[in-house]
Design a protein around this ligand. Structure first.
Ligand SMILES: [Fe+2]
Length: 213
């Protein structure tokens, strides 16, 4: 038995995907190619802040729970310093973006937010790409299923299931979703049923009526 990395992979994909979509949206807003009334601006700012909280929580759990597990299991096989440095660089940018999202909601000017979100999307693409390439084979080779489950439980605990789960459903391919359903059983189906509608409503408000559901 090897650790099941699908949940982590989909969380990473949703983070990258949503950050990039928000960066594109903020750019279009700042260039006048889209407009936002107060309700839409507040929903965009709220989603940016929620996304940032999720990114912060995810890399904090990597630093505090996953890294010690990897160091204990794989020892000298892996050097985590570059990835930890990336995490330290991300935090001030997330803070800055939270301030810019609030400013956008009150002034309607998205130009600073657009620049920072684009920078964040670029950083996440690079960081997560490296992380998956470096760590996924190491985790599969050296980390026990029990340790991996402990990591996943810690990540889930501080997360926001109402927001996170429907995003995972949105970003999963059909075969991945089928695998996820098999792993998680009926509770996943029930939670997706409960949270899907609110998620789609928020997505339409934020990204427009044709937003991916
Ligand atoms: Fe990371």
């Amino acid at each position: 038995m090897t650790p099941e990395l699908l949940g982590f992979q989909l969380t990473h994909r949703a983070m990258r995907g949503d950050t990039r979509r928000l960066a594109t949206l903020a750019t279009e807003l700042s260039e006048g190619r889209q407009s936002a009334d107060q309700a839409r601006a507040a929903a965009i700012a709220g989603f940016v802040t929620t996304l940032n909280q999720g990114i912060h929580h995810h890399h904090t759990m990597e630093d505090e729970v996953l890294w010690p597990v990897i160091e204990r299991s794989a020892g000298a096989e892996v050097d985590l310093r570059d990835l930890s440095d990336d995490h330290a660089d991300l935090d001030p940018l997330l803070e800055e973006i939270n301030g810019q999202a609030a400013a956008f909601a009150s002034t309607g000017d998205a130009s600073a937010l657009a620049k920072s979100l684009t920078r964040l999307a670029d950083m996440l693409d690079e960081h997560i790409g490296e992380e998956e390439q470096l760590l996924f084979p190491i985790i599969e080779k050296y980390v026990s299923v029990a340790d991996w489950q402990r990591v996943e439980t810690a990540v889930r605990k501080g997360g926001n299931v109402r927001i996170d789960l429907p995003r995972i459903e949105q970003y999963a391919r059909p075969d991945e979703l089928a695998r996820l359903r098999k792993l998680a059983g009926p509770p996943l189906t029930v939670m997706l049923f409960l949270f899907r509608r609110g998620h789609r409503r928020r997505q339409r408000l934020i990204f427009g009526p044709l937003a991916a559901s």
